[in-house]
Design a protein around this ligand. Sequence first.
Ligand code: AMP
Length: 397
Amino acid sequence: MKPDQPTPRCDATRTETLPSPLLPGAMLGVLGGGQLGAMFAMAARQMGYRVTVMSDTADVPAQRHADRFVQVDYSDIARLSHVASEIDAVTFEFENVPAEAGRAMAAVTRVHPSPDVLSTTQDRGREKAFLAEHGFDTTPNRLVTTAAEFQQAVADLGLPGVVKTATFGYDGRGQVKLTTPADVDAAWQTLQADRLVYEAWVDFAMEVSVVVARSADRSVAAFAPSLNLHANHILDVASCPAPLPHEVAERAERVACSLAEKLDLIGVACVEFFVTRDHRLLVNEIAPRPHNSGHITIESAATSQFEQQVRAVCGLPLGSTRALAPAAMANLLGDLWRDGEPDWGAALAVPGVRLHLYGKASARPGRKMGHLTACGLTVEEAIRAVTEARRRAGPAS
Ligand code: AMP
């Protein structure tokens, strides 16, 4: 378990005047109305802030927790800019916000993270270029814009590999694994995108992620890495602490803090790593917002990732990221509703298990409907509790 939290780091090289903190009572805005927006709104309102949720769809999870809900198309720049002018600071629950919208809002209010950070992280090609420019280790990769470049990338990096669309890919969507030369043409036809990234396949030992926050006051703090297990490309179970030597866990936190500083991030980000068998840490992806793997912090850390987002965006001191107990989180996907409402009574009979449901109206297979968390004396005990609770809740497979 992570020892007591060191004082958050401050970047002492900066001399610019920092904006005064936004105090409780201020109106915070979040673009996006899903569960990440909902949990941000809950944390903000608990701290006495008011929250405006902006979403292009109605009946979204965050709406129930908002002081004000605005349904707005993300390409309606004039309307977004008008709504933003009535908000003290805007943040995001997803990164695929048109850069123009971010800039228009930034012209009238504080926007954290900045449109530049969104632009870097919403395109895998730009993200990889940023990582290379700043000397962060990542998977060997090439940006591909033509069929010939694709063939060359495969020749340079070899097979197996994985090709990913530069934009709008998530939970394994927009990517194809390649094992033979014949797969190259097929993948090019399937993905049909202008910009792709080809990556060598990494035979990693495990996948971990670090949630890091950087406040508008320039302090930085990272949570301990969590171990992430996926099923069908979607996060299935996250647990903390990850089974890493102390030195590797600390290095992952340092890399995440350094990335936040180099990006000039203000807000929360999640840095996903592949840990190789010789304990190198390869950055796979950066999400400039709270992350599914960080939900565990609601129960397992002194401050949750959502409270940390509020503090960061408002320029308040960051909270302690000290782990309170080993913990695990299991996602509840729509598949669990196959035979009707899951048996929550049976799930909650498992000692120590906490239920989070996002209030989504329809349960489609693969859709994130909620999650379960448990703390334990050991991480194994916590993992057993959440997986057993989910088994009891769900339909017999
Ligand atoms: P991503 O959308 O980039 O996070 O990829 C989704 C998942 O695919 C990751 O969590 C990994 O399990 C797997 N994956 C992606 N890229 C690679 C790679 N270069 N080598 C091995 N596995 C990968």
